[in-house]
Design a protein around this ligand. Structure first.
Ligand SMILES: [Zn+2]
Length: 168
């Protein structure tokens, strides 16, 4: 089905491919790092965090959760040689605004009982405090044996200013 999103992809890609010159890039990220950040539509990681094409893995999910990104991080490190992970959460994150119960009841209301059953054990990984969650993510990921020797830092990106600050 053609939707505005489908048409945008077709038109946008046509323009992009007409001037594309980066087909020579190697598979492993050239700068050997990964960024875990939120899927929030207001974040443009490539521009906001200075990432050239081919330089880093950008792993995005709701909230920029390392738990959610764990599978991709292991692949990034063990098969593609990255050694550094930047965890970047952001101000105004949607994950600050609900919890598991709210998400599950929204599914039940919108989609019915069979759908609600499908998500009854799904952990939505919401959080009540931004800085605390960056620290929780750092602690969780650093506790994994498979992550030994990997450098982790935590950051908060401000959607209001475009600035990033380190979480100590
Ligand atoms: Zn977010």
């Amino acid at each position: 089905m053609s939707t505005p999103a489908v048409q945008n992809l077709i038109d946008g890609n046509k323009a992009y491919a007409s001037t594309f010159t980066e087909g020579h890039l190697a598979l492993p990220p050239s700068q050997k790092y990964a960024v875990v950040t939120c899927m929030d539509a207001r974040i443009d990681p490539k521009s906001a965090f200075g990432i050239p094409l081919g330089a880093a893995h950008i792993i995005r999910n709701a909230g920029g959760s390392v738990r959610d990104a764990f599978r991709s991080l292991v692949i990034s490190q063990q098969l593609l040689g990255t050694t550094d992970v930047l965890i970047v959460k952001h101000t105004g994150c949607g994950m600050l605004t609900f919890d598991n119960a709210v998400a599950r009841s929204a599914v039940a209301k919108n989609k019915g009982d069979a759908a609600a059953k499908e998500v009854e054990d799904l952990e939505f990984l919401t959080f009540p405090d931004l800085e605390t969650e960056v620290k929780n993510d750092l602690e969780w990921i650093k506790s994994k044996n498979v992550e030994s020797g990997i450098n982790f830092t935590g950051w908060i990106y401000e959607v209001e200013t475009g600035k990033v600050r380190k979480v100590e």
